[in-house]
Structure formats: structure tokens, C-alpha cells
Design a protein around this ligand. Sequence first.
Ligand SMILES: [Zn+2]
Length: 262
Amino acid sequence: MNPKVISAVNQIVELLQSDDIGEKIAIATYPPYDVPCSKWSLPNQLLCLIAGTYDARGFRQWKAAGRFVKKGAHAFRILIPRIVKTVDMASGEESLSLGGFLTAPVFAASDTDGADLPDYEPPELPKHSLMDVAARFNVSIDSIPYQNHIMGHYSEGMFGKRIRLASPDETVFWHELAHAAHHRIAQADYRSRTTNQREVIADLTAASIGALFGEKLTTARKLKDHLSRHSKNPGKEALSLIKIVGVLMHGIINNTSETAAA
Ligand SMILES: [Zn+2]
């Protein structure tokens, strides 16, 4: 087999064995943005997500859209089925069958420049538990196209407080809600934390929310990794992280009118 085909197939096989395969398939099959790759096969959509984009196109497709590939940008490869035509000697009938795969180079939207990118039509967000808390915190929730490996994002600034989601996954929303709660309920603590600490706090909070709603999220590996790599005093830091997660959980639960499953 062609080494480029093997490499593309291997990437998909590797993803199939990873923890976030469900999340990736959920993103690939939703949202239905009106971009060429939304009509590609699921393996090719997954190759786009591995490359960190929801909008990838071939060199000529980008040119037709008024954009050009930036100098030095690297293409990634998608799989193109190679269809072979066979003729039945006896009947003379022609039939088409899959003869294997070829690959084609494509470029992510972020590797191109030129005319404006299409207005990615935002999909309707599914209803997630605790969305009422975001409303009470004056945080807007919008959907964004998946680009540059970002599943979700919380920001506060001149456009107000916003949660943006590129995934229909409820746990992604809870993670961002945790950031929003941290910023709102314990602003001084939020400001004093490193990005890494904020992420661990958001993950632990999301896992605790998950437990309330009957979803088991694993954060052990991330927390262990954080404490061993970024912390001078793991015991002290673990206590300080847990303490703030407790504060955020109280703040979130006190601000919802929903009743959890468990
Ligand atoms: Zn985060």
C-alpha cells in the first residue's frame, strides 16, 4: 500500500483507540456547517479534526473560494477511494468496485489567507443541564466551528462574558461553565491562578458536575500530571485546588433550578 495511505489510515486507527474518539465523532457528525468537508466520509472528517480544523480544502478549492495557501503551510492528507472498472468478459457488462485508496493533500482554513472565510452557519446547541446557571451568571452561550483543536472556550472582555462551544458534548459545556463560575464567584482566586491550574480546576469541577448527573468523567491522569509536573508542593496544592472546586460546586448548585439525576 502507498505509504501516504498507510499514514492516513494509521492516524484514524490511533484515534479509534484514544479516549476522545466519541467526542471527535460527535464533533465530526455535528455541526452541519456548509463547508465542503461536511460532505466527506467520516474517516476524512476525522482526519480534519486530527489536523485541528473543520474546514479543509484542496489547493484549487481554496483558490476558487478566493483564498490562497500561506507560504510554508503544510498539507495533510485525506483518503480518496480508487474506483476500478471491470468488464465481464462473457456478458460484456461493466461494474465498478473499490480498488483501494489514494490520498489527496488538503489545507486547513487557518493555513489560508485572502477573501473572507465563509460565515460558518452556527448550529443550534443541544439543551445541556445547567444552562440556566450560565444565564444567571450573565454568560452567553454560542456555537463556533471547530478550528485549531478548540472544543470550547470561556472569555470575558469587551463583548461580555461568553461561552463558545465547538462540541455538542455536555461535558465540554460543564468545563466552560466551571471557568465562568470561577471567574464570577472567586474572581481574586481566578486571577491568581496559572492557566494550568484553571484548567485542572475546571476539569475537576466538570467531573463533579458529571457525577451529579450520572456521568463518570476521569480527571485523575490530568490532575496527577499537573501535580507532578507543575507543582512545588503537591499536597498543599491539591488541597487548595479541592477547596476552590468545593466553592464553585456550591456556587453552581445554588444557582440552578434543575434537580440533578442522583
Ligand atoms: Zn478550559
